[in-house]
Design a binder for this molecule. Structure first.
Ligand SMILES: C[S@@+](CC[C@H](N)C(=O)[O-])C[C@H]1O[C@@H](n2cnc3c(N)ncnc32)[C@H](O)[C@@H]1O
Length: 275
């Protein structure tokens, strides 16, 4: 009896009063659902920090194709599917698909699945990974060779569309290359599957070729970015100190090379699947 009340007490300590940062969202509905289902909560050691995060997928041959820090591990999905006794013929829904871990694990186990995600990268990632044994390797090799040969014409004026948060996120030349390669991809005659893989490779390269890196919910900025330089000029004009805090010094500016570096990596992996 004493142990039961201890468990209840522990469970209650997992319920949170305030979830929304600075009370940005009304929490009545969340609290209502939490209360309604609190009797179903259990304390378990079936999962750990690694399985409920992207960590285990980092070295996975397929789940690592998209570095998705918000992703869960295939191991977590497998544990849950086992627990639900999911069998081929069942239908699993993941309303927050992310990189597509649930759908991919289901596919491997012959279980049907549906899902959606607010981020378009989700379907690009899932499409690329789910087709891992279907690629025409000669076509991928040709595509990589063609990407390597891309030269931006000197008169090219295309600009990468951006939202405010990504303004000045790339060196000018890189930004131009990203726009150019996306137009090139749309026009080229390769199969949709190969084009999708190229899109995934380019997306995978974005952080490394940018002046930013993801840091928790925010971006940290390299001081070489015009955004930081403008902020610094404004600070100096106001008699404040130069702002250096967010410098991400690890950046290499391999620029366009990176997109086909990751293509080459994928090619190696695809070869393994073909064996
Ligand atoms: C924790 S991640 C899911 C990770 C995924 N299970 C995996 O292993 O990659 C949560 C996902 O929910 C998506 N999301 C957030 N709000 C959403 C909404 N309103 N509708 C659909 N998807 C949403 C995010 O884009 C993110 O990909």
């Amino acid at each position: 009896m004493e142990q039961m009340s201890l468990i209840e007490e522990q469970k209650n300590s997992y319920l949170v009063d305030i979830f929304s940062a600075d009370n940005f969202c009304n929490e009545d509905s969340r609290k209502f659902i939490e209360k309604k289902y609190s009797s179903k909560l259990e304390i378990t050691d079936k999962f750990n920090r690694k399985s409920v995060s992207y960590q285990l997928s980092k070295k996975d041959i397929l789940h690592s194709w998209l570095k998705y820090k918000e992703g869960f591990s295939a191991s977590l999905v497998n544990i849950l599917l086992n627990e639900m006794k999911a069998m081929p013929g069942d239908l699993v829904m993941d309303p927050f698909m992310g990189s597509g871990t649930t759908a991919l694990v289901c596919k491997m186990r012959g279980i049907d699945s549906i899902g959606y995600d607010i981020m378009p990268i989700s379907s690009i990632s899932l499409k690329a990974k789910a087709a891992c044994t279907d690629y025409d390797l000669k076509e991928i090799r040709d595509l990589i060779e063609d990407v390597k040969k891309i030269e931006i014409p000197h008169f090219y004026q295309g600009n990468l569309p951006y939202i405010n948060i990504t303004k000045y996120a790339y060196p000018e030349e890189t930004e131009k290359f990203l726009q150019y390669i996306s137009e090139w991809r749309d026009k080229c005659s390769y199969s949709e599957l190969s084009k999708n893989l190229l899109t995934l490779c380019v997306i995978n390269s974005l952080e490394r070729i940018s002046y930013t890196s993801k840091s928790g919910q925010y971006l940290s900025w390299d001081t070489r970015s015009k955004k930081v330089q403008l902020a610094n000029s404004a600070r100096i004009a106001k008699g404040k100190k130069y702002y250096l805090k967010n410098m991400c010094a690890h950046k290499f500016f391999l620029q366009k090379k990176l997109s086909f570096v990751s293509c080459n990596m994928l090619l190696m992996i695809l070869r393994l699947f073909k064996k």
